[in-house]
Design a protein around this ligand. Structure first.
Ligand code: PMP
Length: 421
């Protein structure tokens, strides 16, 4: 083994990394809202594993639950008590959830949600929204920018097992443009197996009436409406964006927070649609094969159960919401004070500063923002011990007032270090 970890990473990992985040950052450990890299440098962590660590790293009650389970078994490839209990909790917490099927990643959940909708509807096409991210499956990728799709395979089997071009099968509508979405759904209703949407897309909330309008038109034609709640599930409130916005889809997908930091994700929804998940490897006609080696494993299930139990307690979100509201307001204040054009977009538990002189109403406007300023600011923040992804701050219930002050002064310093415009 290489004594120098960074050198070992460059030698054994393609592009020197896991494909997720800046490969030069090598994390040693985390505790609460902070992480330390292998050189001992301390960071306030707003990456938080890309969202799952909503309670912060190493929450004592989650550790205790996981430690109690490990000696009793980590995976069984069979029904187990904790997975069943977690499914029960999800059906109580989420308005759309009558049945739950576990998988290991959000990408898998989205792929299977689209498949089960197609199997139920016996129609193949999917309508989704520009800029919506639904994981790394071929179907999930189709709403991303065409240049990012150039190198992906394009053939997927349809419900009859016949490969078709994914591009032909996916319709992409503009997010938050209800009239266009309605016209597309009306024109193609007889071909559509489902409509999938992030109820809160990237940093952009749904326009008033948008989700409700999608709900009405999909119900009118009997097309399953899927909310991708991989990010939003249990983040804005207990119960997901469907509770937060008061619109109930037919299916939703979950990941990140529901596994409490372990590999667990789920598809949840209407019993009649979910009934198309057949048991075992060989599906009967019209039923969908779905299995996964680690699906519903008890270690991830107890971590998820404990996490949701903690989040259900009265006041569980109060601190993180107050922290987020304060940060969003103060970041916006600093932009104004320093004369840097930009906006703070998002929700108190998930937001970012977007550098742009225009009013950021939609996905395209956010994509037009100045990525170079954002890169420079994020690099300066990292220098100051603030770790965040390229496009968002994820908050945790473990962050405290000291973290907030330190982040704001690091942000002020980052703005001051920008070249004069
Ligand atoms: N859907 C959304 C909205 C996501 O943000 C993500 C991941 N960030 C996924 C799906 C995919 O989840 P995973 O990375 O667990 O495959």
């Amino acid at each position: 083994p290489d004594t120098d970890l960074a050198a070992a990473a460059r030698r054994v990992l393609p592009a020197g990394g896991f494909g997720n985040f800046a490969p030069e950052v090598i994390i040693r450990e985390g505790k609460g809202g902070r992480v330390w890299d292998v050189s001992g440098k301390e960071y306030i962590d707003y990456l938080l594993g890309s969202g799952p660590m909503f309670l912060g790293h190493g929450h004592p009650e989650v550790i205790e639950a996981v430690q109690a389970q490990i000696p009793k078994g980590c995976t069984f490839f069979a029904n187990n008590e904790h997975g069943i209990r977690l499914a029960e909790v999800l059906t109580e917490a989420l308005p759309c959830a009558e049945r739950v099927r576990f998988v290991s990643t959000g990408s898998e959940a989205d792929m299977y949600a689209m498949r089960v909708a197609r199997a139920f509807r016996k129609r193949d096409r999917i309508l989704k929204f520009e800029g919506g991210y639904h994981g790394m499956s071929d179907w999930g990728l189709m709403s991303l920018a065409p240049k990012r799709l150039a190198n992906f395979p394009v053939a997927v089997p349809d419900s009859a097992g016949i490969p078709k071009s994914i591009q032909e099968e996916v319709l992409v509508a503009p997010f938050n443009d209800l009239e266009t979405a309605k016209a597309m759904i009306a024109a193609h209703h007889d071909e559509l197996g489902g409509v999938i949407v992030e109820p809160f897309q990237r940093l952009i909330p749904p326009a008033p009436g948008f989700l409700q309008g999608l709900r009405e038109i999909t119900a009118q034609y009997g097309i399953p409406l899927i909310f991708d709640e991989v990010v939003t599930g249990f983040r804005f409130c207990y119960g997901g964006a469907q509770s937060y916005y008061g619109v109930t889809p037919d299916l939703c997908t979950l990941g990140k927070i529901v596994g409490g930091g372990f590999a667990l994700a789920a598809i949840a929804g209407r019993a009649d649609i979910m009934a198309h998940f057949d048991r075992g490897l060989v599906g009967d006609d019209g039923f969908l094969m779905q299995v996964g080696t680690l699906s519903g494993n008890p270690v991830a299930a107890v971590a998820g159960l404990k996490t949701l139990e903690i989040l259900k307690r009265p006041g569980a979100y109060d601190g993180v919401l107050a922290y987020g509201r304060k940060m969003m307001a103060e970041l916006a204040g600093l932009l104004k004070q320093r004369g840097v054009p930009g906006q703070v977009l998002g929700e108190p538990t998930l937001f970012d500063v977007v550098f742009s002189a225009e009013e950021l109403r939609d996905y395209r406007a956010v994509m037009r923002a100045d990525a170079n300023i954002a890169k420079a600011v994020n690099a300066s923040l990292r220098e100051s011990g603030i770790l965040k992804g390229d496009s968002k701050y994820y908050l945790s219930t473990a962050h405290d007032a000291r973290d907030c002050d330190q982040t704001l002064s690091a942000f002020a310093k980052a703005l001051a270090s920008l070249p004069a415009r």
